[in-house]
Design a protein around this ligand. Structure first.
Ligand SMILES: Cc1cc2nc3c(=O)[nH]c(=O)nc-3n(C[C@H](O)[C@H](O)[C@H](O)COP(=O)(O)O)c2cc1C
Length: 193
């Protein structure tokens, strides 16, 4: 059977965790999964050898990683011809999922996340069959001194966690599993390599 390609773009590493988790979920369903970091050898990727593709990219300063945008632009025709899903890993989604957020804060976070997804589609011309925002992580221990301070200030303003001696992960792994299960259910079992 052809594998599912799980292609990711990350800066601090959380989206790699997301990609590996997605691959583990696919494998638990008896599918093969091939996880690839788009910063390494992306030019050698041939999408014909995959039964489907899940793409995951984090957001920094409002934008998805450039190597993901480049990859999607390069492979748009193949992506449009196969089952696909896109995962946008960012911290605004943590605000969407925050049960303590006010209705105004919730509405604002939803609009921000949708805006970043719309910008991605406008830039790449690609409209994935399924898209999901995934709440990412605040990895204070991986940031340099300046970034740690800046992220702490942003977190403070947004009512998020500010203890810089540790990391915080906001990903709802169970919701991600459900999304991947729904994607996997659409992969035709008769696709053989
Ligand atoms: C410098 C920096 C800028 C960020 N900018 C945004 C942003 O504009 N919007 C957002 O929702 N999250 C933003 N984030 C949060 C990241 O998307 C989040 O930490 C994510 O988990 C990073 O994933 P990665 O470790 O795979 O790169 C930013 C994080 C950093 C460190």
């Amino acid at each position: 059977m052809k594998p599912i390609g799980v292609f990711y773009a990350t800066r601090q590493g959380h989206t790699q965790r997301v990609a590996e988790h997605v691959a583990a979920t696919l494998r638990a369903r008896g599918l093969e999964a091939d996880v690839r970091n788009l910063r390494d050898r992306a030019d050698g990727i041939v999408l014909d050898k995959y039964a489907g593709a899940i793409l995951a990219a984090s957001i920094h300063i409002g934008k998805h990683e450039p190597e993901m945008i480049k990859f999607v632009k390069q492979h748009r025709p193949e992506l449009e011809a196969m089952p696909t899903a896109f995962l946008s890993v960012n911290l605004t989604e943590a605000g969407v999922e925050d049960a303590n957020a006010t209705p105004e804060q919730h509405t604002q976070s939803v609009a921000l996340v949708q805006g970043m997804l719309d910008t991605f589609s406008a830039k790449t011309g690609w409209h994935p069959q399924r898209a999901k925002a995934v709440a990412g992580a605040l990895l204070y221990t991986k940031y340099n001194f300046l970034l740690r301070f800046v992220m702490q200030q942003i977190a403070k303003k947004g009512g998020k966690d500010t203890d810089t001696s540790r990391d915080y992960e906001y990903t709802d792994w169970a919701a991600l599993d459900r999304f991947v299960e729904e994607f996997a259910a659409e992969i035709p079992c008769e696709i053989f390599g």
